[in-house]
Structure formats: C-alpha cells, structure tokens
Design a binder for this molecule. Structure first.
Ligand code: FUB
Length: 451
C-alpha cells in the first residue's frame, strides 16, 4: 500500500494548492496505486482509461491485473477496479502487460500480452465484455496469436477491416475478422526501415528507433503509429502512412526522454473537442521504471496533421467539463487523493477506504451554481467514525459543511448521513477532508448535494 509514501506528497500538494498563483497537481492521474501502459477509449461521453498495475515495491514488470478508470472531464477519474487479470486467462502464467480495448459489435474487446504457461512465451490474449468497465472474460480460451512479442494495438478501419498490430523487437500486423476474436491470413512483419521508423545508432540488431508499444489510429485519412522509441530510456515517436499497412514514414519525437521511468507508453484520443496524449512516468513517491504512473497532457495537432513535441507536466490537462454535484457521484471519482485507497464496495462499484485523520480528496471543477443547501454521503465504519468536512479553496480551505459519521458496525455496513451546506457556490474545486481519532475512520461509497 502506498499511503505512507504518499503522505508527504499530500502535504506538498496541499501547500501548492494553497498558493494562489499555482494550480495544484493533477498528474499523475492515479495516486493510490501505481499504473502503467495507458490505453484510452472514448465511449458515450466518457473516456475510459485501461492501464496495467505495477505492484508496490516491484523490481521488475511485476503486473498481475489490469485496471479501468473513467472520466467525463479529464480531471476527475472514477476508479472501476480490476475487471481483468492474468487469472482470467486459464492458460496464462504471468505478466499483465500493455493492452488496448476497442468497441465493436456492441462489445468491448481487450487485447493483452501475457506469458503462456505452456510455452513460456509472451502471447496475445483477447477478453470480451458487454460493458467498458467489465467484467471481462477470456473470449476464446487460448492465445489469439503467439510469437513471443508484446504490446497489442487495434485499428478498426473505415472499411470495417480491423488490424491487430504488436511487437518488440519486430512490428507485426494481422487482419482481424469482424468477430474481433479470430483472424485471416498470417501475422505479417512490417518492414522496420530507417525511413519508416528513424535511425538508431550503436545497435546492429535494431537499426530503427522502434522499440515497442505501438498505438495505431487514423485521423483525417492519415494512419498514425505512435510508439516507444529506443531503449533505454525510451522516448515517444511516431510515423505516418497513407494506409493501414504502410508504407510508414518517420515523423519525429512527440515526447522526449523524461520522467524517472526507462519505459514510456502512449495512447491518444480526441475527447470533447480536444486531443489528449496519455503516457507514463515514475512521478509518484517510490516511482521508477517498475513503479510507474499514468499521466495525460492536452495538445493540438499542427495544421499539417503533425503532432507537436510534448513535455510531461504535474498540472495535467485542463478540465474538459464541470462536475454536477446534484447527481450521485462516486466517492472514488477523484482529481487528487491524499492518503486514501479504494476497494470493491458491497453495494456495487468501489468505495474509498483506509481513511485516516487528515486525509483528503480533491474533486475538481464542481458546478455548485447558485449554491448547495445540503450534502448526503453513503458511509460505513467498523471503527468509531469521524467527521467528513467539505471545504473549498484547498484541503484546509474554508469549511462549507461538516457531516458527522457514526460507527456503523462494519466497514461495509452502509448508512447515509446528511448535513447543512453554506458557501458552496459557483464552480470551484471541492475538498473532502477527513478528521477523527486514530486508526481508520470510515469508508465513503458515494455523495450528492442538494441545491
Ligand atoms: O508494462 C510492461 C511493458 O513495459 C509494456 O508491455 C511495455 O510497453 C513497457 O511499458
């Protein structure tokens, strides 16, 4: 668990938040676990973010499960837990590495690399779900394709033809059938030419910059292949092509080597009128090449379709929308959390837990409008409870409400508590600050204001 290592970061962020001239950090996107290998998907007005999960203290790519997050505004991210793990594939042994989810046929297909127990080689599996948040199940009960290489990405072309690309050290593609769980023809190598993928020096076995992590998509008739370049450290570069199978032309660097992780891994989507670049680094306390965190930057394509050079920031992307406090919001919808963690809730979804005195959560861009009158939260406590403070202006900013939370006899024994609210108007960041005695105080499942 990361709460101890994150405590000091919370103090720093709090101080930054209190400085009127400085925006508080929103990168990395998730603070309570390490995340890696982002794969965003836009669906029905939300962006779903599929990631790996680097285990705490990992000294290799120790990854057992994938995680799902979603957002309607690019700043507040809802934790949907882990709907897919190595254990979901009966034939897999380990290594829940970088994958991607695509939507087709009314279903969500998640392509992932894992190690095949029988062969000891990396293979690509495919899982399927009716929902972007799962649960996902192994779609075919065996590898979709296996050649010891990793990092699948899928493009569904305008023609309806889908392509699965993957590879390290080579770059492969195969034509997927419309069922998305089988393919036609044989895996084919994309020629790694220096014209197509840039020139690497000092490595006779790998003459081009292509290392791994392809992310293939189409925009305005141009096919983009964004990939991790060179090793180690990696930077993010890209190539373009007039068709899905090439010929590719190297276009240069998107994100230079930065950020305390020797790998990087990109995913790009357009959302609510903006373009967003997801990547990972080692920005959290304890962060490294094996304890990574996913972050996001907003960008604008140049007029000729080229992608500008991007720098990692701690500010992250600006809000693409506001958050409505007058509908039920999940407690695990968080812009920044200090000290808290999440777990599956008995009433469905996830809840925030492991709350101790002084912990806090920021929810960004809350549209209170003319003003909130009261607040209700769904809470549980196997201890003696505490106080849920509502603040604006910072985690120790002005108090606009205080809800007493009783012991409820169990950490999943839920009850609703309400309190009056005064001074929450306009659009501003909302802070939940948790106070009480020693030990864990209470859990929170969801909350809602009334106008
Ligand atoms: O996360 C494990 C591996 O590290 C991924 O498959 C690669 O893309 C690199 O990020």
């Amino acid at each position: 668990m990361m709460r101890r290592t994150l405590a000091w970061l919370g103090v720093i962020v709090c101080l930054v938040a209190l400085s009127p001239a400085t925006a508080s950090a929103d990168n990395p996107i998730v603070q309570h676990i390490y995340t890696a290998d982002p794969a965003p998907l836009v669906h029905n007005g939300r962006v779903y973010l599929y990631t790996g999960h680097d285990e705490d203290g990992s000294t290799y790519f120790t990854m057992r499960e994938w995680r799902v997050w979603s957002s309607a505004d690019m700043v507040n991210w809802t934790d949907h837990g882990s709907p897919l793990s190595v254990a979901s594939f009966s034939w897999a042994r380990s290594d829940a590495w970088a994958g991607q989810v695509v939507h087709r046929n009314g279903k969500f297909y998640w392509y992932v690399p894992v190690t095949n127990r029988a062969t000891g080689r990396m293979a690509i599996g495919v899982a399927v779900s009716d929902s972007p948040t799962g649960p996902f199940r192994d779609a075919i009960g065996r590898p979709l394709v296996e050649n010891g290489e990793i990092d699948p990405t899928v493009l569904v072309d305008d023609t309806g033809q889908a392509y699965l690309y993957w590879g390290n050290p080579n770059l492969w593609y195969v034509r997927l059938n419309s069922d998305m769980i089988s393919f036609s023809g044989s895996p084919t190598q994309i020629p790694l030419t220096t014209a197509g993928f840039g020139t690497r020096t000092g490595n006779a076995n790998r003459p081009t910059l292509f290392e791994e992590a392809p992310w293939v998509y189409k925009r305005n008739g141009v096919y983009y292949n964004v990939f991790a370049a060179e090793c180690c450290s990696e930077f993010i570069a890209y190539s373009t092509a007039p068709g899905p199978t090439g010929p590719w032309t190297y276009r240069g660097t998107i994100m230079p080597r930065q950020g305390a992780s020797f790998t990087n891994h990109a995913g790009i989507v357009d959302f609510k009128g903006g373009s967003y670049f997801f990547y990972h680094n080692g920005a959290l306390p304890g962060g490294s090449g094996y304890t990574r965190s996913v972050a996001v930057e907003k960008f604008t394509y140049n007029a000729d379709g080229s992608i500008p050079t991007l720098t990692m920031t701690s500010a992250g992307a600006p809000a693409a929308d506001t958050l409505n406090p007058y509908v039920r919001q999940e407690a695990e919808t968080i812009a920044w959390g200090s000290g808290v963690e999440t777990e599956p809730a008995s009433e469905g979804g996830m809840n925030v837990g492991w709350i101790e005195n002084g912990d806090w959560i920021k929810v960004k861009g809350v549209a209170f409008g003319a003003g909130a009158r009261s607040f209700t939260a769904r809470v549980a406590s196997g201890g003696s409870g505490g106080t849920l403070e509502l603040r604006v202006g910072g985690s120790t900013g002005a108090v606009v409400g205080r809800c007493a939370v009783p012991g409820t006899g169990g950490w999943q024994s839920w009850t609703s508590v309400s309190c009056a609210v005064s001074g929450a108007t306009g659009t501003q960041d909302l802070y939940f600050r948790f106070t009480g005695g020693s030990g864990y105080l209470f859990n929170v499942d969801w909350w809602q204001f009334t106008a």
